[in-house]
Design a protein around this ligand. Sequence first.
Ligand code: GAL
Length: 831
Amino acid sequence: MNRLKKLGIGVLCGLMSCSQQLPQQDFESLEEISFNDNWKFSKGELKNGMALDLNDEGWKQLDLPHDWAIEGPIDKAYNARCGGLPFHGEAWYRKDFNVPSKMEGQKVFVHFEGVMNNAEVFVNGQKIGERPYGYIGFELDMTSYLKFGEENTIAVKCAPEDLSSRWYPGAGIYRDVWIEYKNPIHIAFDGTFIKTPVVSEKAAGVEIDIDLVNASTKNSLITIETNIYNKAGQKVGDVVSKDKINASTEHTFSQKVTLSNPELWSMENPHLYTAVTVLKSGDEVLDKYKSTFGVRTIEFSAKKGFLLNGERIQLQGVCLHHDQGPLGTAVNKRAKERQLQIMKNMGVNAIRTSHNPPAKVLLELCDEMGLVVIDEAFDNWRIGKVENGYNKDWDKWSETDLRALIRRDRNHPSIIMWSIGNEILEQGRKDGWKETRRLAKITKSEDTSRPVTAGFNYHPASIVNKLAHEIDIVGFNYFPMRYEKILEEYPEWVVYGSETSSCTSSRGYYERPVAPTFKKGVNQVTSYDLVGPPWAYPPDLEFDMLAKSPRILGEFMWTGFDYLGEPTPYGGKDNSTNGYWNGDWPSHSSYFGAADLCGFPKDRYYLYQSQWTDKPMVHVLPHWNWEGHEGEVIPVHAFTNAEEVELFVNGKSMGKKVKGVDLTPIKMTHRDWKQEGPLMSKYRLSWDVPYTPGSIEVVAYTKGKEVARKAIKTAGKPHHIELEADRSLIASDGKDLSYVTVKVVDEKGNFCATASNMIQFEINGDGKLAGVGNGDAASLTSLQGNKMELFNGLALAIIQGAKNPETPITLTAKAEGLQEANIKISFQPSL
Ligand code: GAL
């Protein structure tokens, strides 16, 4: 893009003089219209999928976003590393649409937020563009291919390749699509950059860079008017400028506004401002553009760590992949919001979007919820990690994709760092620093207000080969034992744990001893959280190392949620199937999450919660249903953020344990662990209890006073089903979701922690089952069907309301030999 920098003279407006309510329509973009509805879809190769005379009548009708692969089947014919789902191969989407004749003379663009992947786009039979990287959005100009006042056809070919991802990537047009009508004189795609370089309690200097395009044949004098509104919709600043833009040119115009007494964006009060920029020629409005931003300062210092608005914040982060469990990857706002809420409840304040640009809505939610984000661009550079990875497109696309990421995301106050890569293999090369330098330079040329980072897992190679020297903030994956040493050698470096722990577990599944030797064929991992791949270590070790090195910014544990694919420690390579990870089939989704694929917390979730939150809590494990093991010793573990915990077995005290004093041996160590004997945890309290049926209960005390308690009872035979919805009232927009937890209890209502009954679902009313799941990484039951077996007592049904609904939804859950249950989900009146 040919952009000339030009500085405009801003007309400042004080808070008092121009405070007024924003009319609602001012927030609405004039020209961006959803293009999601009424597409047709066909899986399979087609030579002429774009042809105008192609008969697509038999194709499947659907609305976007869409992930074709989540429909399954989950099958050994596909790579377990990618979820055992059919994500590769060719598929086509087509849509007929009218462009009103009154739009003639306007520019018409189509904006895809993400297509997985190798997308090629055709309008009326002609190719208008392509984009190989599935995680990045792109805009294409359709104008010269369109017939105004007539029907047009857009066709999109996707062609994800086999062996092209280390996890489940999803497949298809899985993010929103928009059609945009613009005057030839307009603000470019992702064309504003709002910076707040000077912030004090009294005032914030806001700089707005606006990328202007004149695609007409006339030079033009334009007025650029930007109004800034606070969260309540009151106007708190404005600026009006004049500019000349010559025919067929583009340039950046800058405006400045001072906001008096700005409300800062923080984790507790994530205040957002909205800037509405209007381009005018005389009285004619040419373009209107809305940008959301926040006023906040970020600082990273070798001495003080990460400072948000001057205050030190320890990063309590999780790495998150982009799927939404049973819903696959088709982006849904409520699904993302729920994931973030579950993470926040664990004490999370930071997200690393591993290892790719996330959906736009994820960042919007982080802005709204006060979570900070490391926005990550790539999982590999020129050297690939899989046979058909993005490395094939590296030379042609990496700069374009990296710039696109930063330009899309630069106004989000939540983003605190740009990550140019995860565990890139160039670490092992002497000239690895060169590519690091190139990418850091590109990043800086787009944004100097945030540091550049990367996650390194080769130590000391990433330092010896000087990759670490080329970035601002150094992320280390899985090297907590070396933090101190690295800081000694490089006292000026700012360092954090970009990936930590990688402990694995299956929710509600326990084996004894607590750290068993790995067994093939079980396909489950004990939840005492002491099992993982060779580079893994218990969360406790990271907590210890961070406490020892307060200069480290914090950590991003692997991972907040289980995700589809990468079933480590199961999933050995199966040589008979061309490099697939099907050696431990049916394991096909991850065991790394603190929450399972459905979002049900595992025990580890509470270990982090006990370290990351202050609201009194106590958690106890395992379950108390050990029929046939009466008299055998069961290790009971408790996590708390209180001072001490007392365990009661059938009402009898087993004694109090003091956190930090009574230690628990945790056998799983780390490759760097040099100390004699097992690692001892200050974060787990434990008792060895001979099993007798009844109950276990933990009571937590601080300063001698009870602050929290939790009990688990031995359950009798499964008797009836219970349903609990996270929300019984949902929006009428056809997208909103209600997550219904399905569990089985005994006659007295005690949770049956080992139940595995098959549950059949029925839906009545204006809605559908959008997905079902149970969190079992080895279950072969479809995530898109109408039945699911309980996994250790739990399953999930995700209900989606219809558009413009009339009748509330009733979900009925049945199982052989059990009393059925139903639950009603109603609709909010539409606005
Ligand atoms: C890391 C990698 C992650 C994931 C993790 C599993 O090395 O960056 O993507 O594979 O290991 O432990």
